[in-house]
Design a binder for this molecule. Structure first.
Ligand SMILES: *Cc1c(COP(=O)(O)O)cnc(C)c1O
Length: 468
């Protein structure tokens, strides 16, 4: 039933959303329903007639609730998952109400200008080259895709080949070097661009997962031709960043493009005392990052940044007679992203930067790093618990000892399952250099030190319950 605009349905949604946000810090963190139960509550035959919109919203919230994960809350440490600062949720509501399409300037002059403004702020925050192009994409995965498309364009252009018009099938071969700990997203993005996983040359890493610059030097020397090097800021397990400065020097000496996948780790650049971890980052050619992880804006919000705007636009831009372009200053959103129509996802990010400012953003990142160290220290005090990584950023890897007192994959897997079911907090698992580990990511604005202590204690209690 389509009703004219009335406050009723919007107020219902506002009331329910606000109630959810208020109790997100106290509810059981993980999902609590089976798939069958959720299907029973939410499914049913295709509705033939309509329903009252307020009832639709009420039922949606009631029926989905047991399967909603409090990933927005302060004790969710799974994957690398930011929450959402309240003002960004509010700004997101405005963005939905406006329902703007930033694909073309004429479709939304205001959002086109907001994108320009935020692009400038981001470049300053991260200390990147002032003329870099910025595309507002769904996430770091699409940011990797966008940046690597620009890289593919440029390295082939230098070899006399226009990949946008002539394609890849007869193009000169492109060498792609990645660290041994490359994120699957970069591999996936390269796959979309016509580069298969087995074509990538893997460069050895050190004990924290950082690409070894000497190994890169040797690997680059073993071949020639158009080359792309994929570096990483922020390993998803350890948080460690590749030595970007050395990588850029080595790669640029051979005319190679350096892309940095920095979904969360790139934000070290915005904190003075952490910037040394990504030293030289501004000398790279492209950077992919997320706002929906560490900057704590709602999904979906990724950022694709390319130092030279020309290959960025060459790889992405679309032209057709009806796609009206204005003056050169008027931003054409679709020149910078692999989408034509999309939502105005920049708006929550605009609100975040205005609300926190540079110092507030640095404070958020700094605080989460201190909390990760606090978590590691508190866990390490418990007998049988070992921290596997150097906690340099916001990631902590934990292993639990089995009956014989040494680190046990089975025990670690079991403790993770218990922690997830217990509900005080939520952490996932990963295999780190051959060992199963519990993986903790501290990336939420609302996490307090008390949340860290309570979560560490719950984890240790889950372990002790299993051991005894
Ligand atoms: C999360 C992550 C990605 C993928 O980002 P999405 O926002 O999920 O698209 C890519 N690279 C790294 C290092 C990540 O941590």
């Amino acid at each position: 039933m389509i009703r004219p605009v009335s406050d009723t349905v919007l107020s219902a949604a506002h009331r329910l959303a606000s109630a959810y946000l208020e109790q997100a810090s106290t509810r059981h963190v993980g999902g609590q329903s089976t798939r069958d139960e959720l299907l029973k509550a939410l499914g049913g035959p295709l509705p033939i007639g309509g329903s009252d919109p307020v009832e639709v919203i009420d039922r949606l919230v009631r029926d989905a609730d047991p399967g909603i994960v409090a990933s927005i809350g302060p004790r969710y440490f799974g994957f690398v998952t930011g929450g959402a600062v309240p003002v960004t949720v509010a700004a997101d509501w405005i963005a939905s109400a406006w329902d703007q399409n930033p694909g073309l300037y004429v479709l939304s002059p205001a959002v086109a200008v907001i994108e320009d403004v935020v692009a400038g702020w981001l470049i300053e925050l991260l200390g990147l080259p002032p003329n870099a192009g910025v595309g507002f994409v769904t996430g770091c995965h699409m940011a990797n895709f966008t940046c690597l498309a620009a890289a593919r364009h440029e390295v082939l252009r230098r070899a006399g080949w226009n990949v946008e018009t002539h394609g890849l099938q007869r193009a000169p071969r492109v060498r792609i070097l990645v660290g041994g700990e490359v994120h699957v997203s970069a591999v996936g993005a390269l796959r979309f661009l016509g580069f298969g996983a087995e074509e990538l040359e893997s460069v050895p890493v050190d004990g924290q997962g950082r690409m070894r610059a000497d190994a890169l030097q040797a690997a680059l020397g073993a071949g020639d031709g158009p080359t792309i090097v994929c570096a990483q800021a922020g390993n998803v397990s350890t948080g460690a960043s590749d030595p970007v400065d050395a990588i850029v020097s080595i790669a640029h000496a051979r005319n190679a493009w350096v892309h940095v996948d920095g979904a969360f780790g790139l934000w070290a650049a915005a904190v003075p005392e952490l910037r040394s971890q990504v030293h030289g980052i501004e000398r790279a050619d492209s950077w992919a990052t997320d706002a929906h992880k560490w900057l704590n804006v709602p999904y979906d919000s990724g950022l694709a940044m390319v130092a030279d705007p020309a290959p960025h636009r060459a790889a992405m831009g679309l032209r057709a007679s009806y796609l009206q372009r204005g003056t050169d200053e008027e931003r054409i959103g679709m020149d910078w992203v692999p989408e034509s129509s999309r939502r105005a996802r920049v708006i929550p990010l605009y609100a975040l930067i205005r609300t926190l400012g540079r110092d507030g953003i640095a404070g958020l990142i700094r605080r989460n790093c201190a909390q990760a160290r606090r978590m590691a220290a508190r866990l390490a005090r418990a007998p049988g618990v070992t921290i596997l990584n150097e906690v340099v950023l916001n990631q902590v890897l934990v292993q639990f000892a089995g009956e014989n007192g040494t680190g046990s994959d089975d025990m670690t897997r079991d403790v993770i399952a218990r922690v997830q079911a217990e509900g005080t907090c939520w952490a996932g698992g990963a295999v780190w250099q051959g060992r199963h580990a519990m993986r903790i990511s501290v990336s939420n604005w609302s996490t307090t030190d008390a949340d860290i202590d309570r979560s560490a204690d719950a984890m240790v209690a889950c372990y002790n319950a299993r051991v005894s």
